[in-house]
Design a protein around this ligand. Structure first.
Ligand SMILES: [Zn+2]
Length: 62
Protein backbone atom coordinates (compact mmCIF):
# COMPACT_ATOMS: atom_id res chain seq x y z
CA UNK A 1 0.00 0.00 0.00
CA UNK A 2 1.62 3.25 -1.07
CA UNK A 3 1.97 5.83 1.62
CA UNK A 4 1.56 9.36 0.30
CA UNK A 5 1.47 11.14 3.60
CA UNK A 6 4.92 12.68 3.34
CA UNK A 7 5.23 12.81 -0.43
CA UNK A 8 4.49 16.23 -1.86
CA UNK A 9 2.28 16.21 -4.90
CA UNK A 10 4.01 17.14 -8.08
CA UNK A 11 2.41 19.48 -10.56
CA UNK A 12 3.50 20.71 -13.93
CA UNK A 13 3.96 24.44 -14.24
CA UNK A 14 1.40 25.49 -16.88
CA UNK A 15 3.80 28.03 -18.31
CA UNK A 16 7.16 26.31 -18.62
CA UNK A 17 6.10 22.70 -18.06
CA UNK A 18 8.52 22.23 -15.21
CA UNK A 19 7.59 19.65 -12.63
CA UNK A 20 7.44 21.25 -9.22
CA UNK A 21 6.34 20.01 -5.81
CA UNK A 22 2.92 21.32 -4.94
CA UNK A 23 3.60 22.60 -1.47
CA UNK A 24 2.57 25.54 0.60
CA UNK A 25 6.18 26.66 0.41
CA UNK A 26 5.51 27.78 -3.11
CA UNK A 27 3.24 30.83 -3.08
CA UNK A 28 3.07 30.72 -6.86
CA UNK A 29 1.78 27.18 -7.18
CA UNK A 30 0.82 25.61 -9.45
CA UNK A 31 3.41 27.75 -11.18
CA UNK A 32 7.12 27.32 -10.54
CA UNK A 33 7.79 31.00 -10.07
CA UNK A 34 6.26 34.43 -9.96
CA UNK A 35 7.39 35.02 -13.50
CA UNK A 36 5.52 32.01 -14.82
CA UNK A 37 2.44 33.05 -12.92
CA UNK A 38 2.55 36.53 -14.39
CA UNK A 39 3.05 35.13 -17.85
CA UNK A 40 0.01 32.93 -17.48
CA UNK A 41 -2.07 35.79 -16.21
CA UNK A 42 -1.02 37.83 -19.22
CA UNK A 43 0.64 40.41 -17.06
CA UNK A 44 4.07 39.87 -18.46
CA UNK A 45 3.38 41.41 -21.85
CA UNK A 46 6.19 43.87 -22.03
CA UNK A 47 4.46 47.15 -22.59
CA UNK A 48 1.35 46.41 -20.63
CA UNK A 49 3.36 45.31 -17.65
CA UNK A 50 5.63 48.32 -17.64
CA UNK A 51 3.10 50.94 -18.60
CA UNK A 52 -0.23 50.74 -16.80
CA UNK A 53 -3.02 52.02 -18.99
CA UNK A 54 -4.77 53.77 -16.20
CA UNK A 55 -3.49 54.67 -12.83
CA UNK A 56 -5.77 53.33 -10.21
CA UNK A 57 -4.94 54.40 -6.69
CA UNK A 58 -4.98 51.47 -4.35
CA UNK A 59 -7.43 51.73 -1.50
CA UNK A 60 -5.38 52.48 1.52
CA UNK A 61 -6.99 51.23 4.64
CA UNK A 62 -4.71 52.54 7.30
ZN1 LIG B 1 7.30 27.74 -14.74
Amino acid sequence: MPSQSSTPRTVICPTCKTAIPYTTDNPYRPFCSQRCKLIDLGQWADEEYRIPEQEKPLPDDV
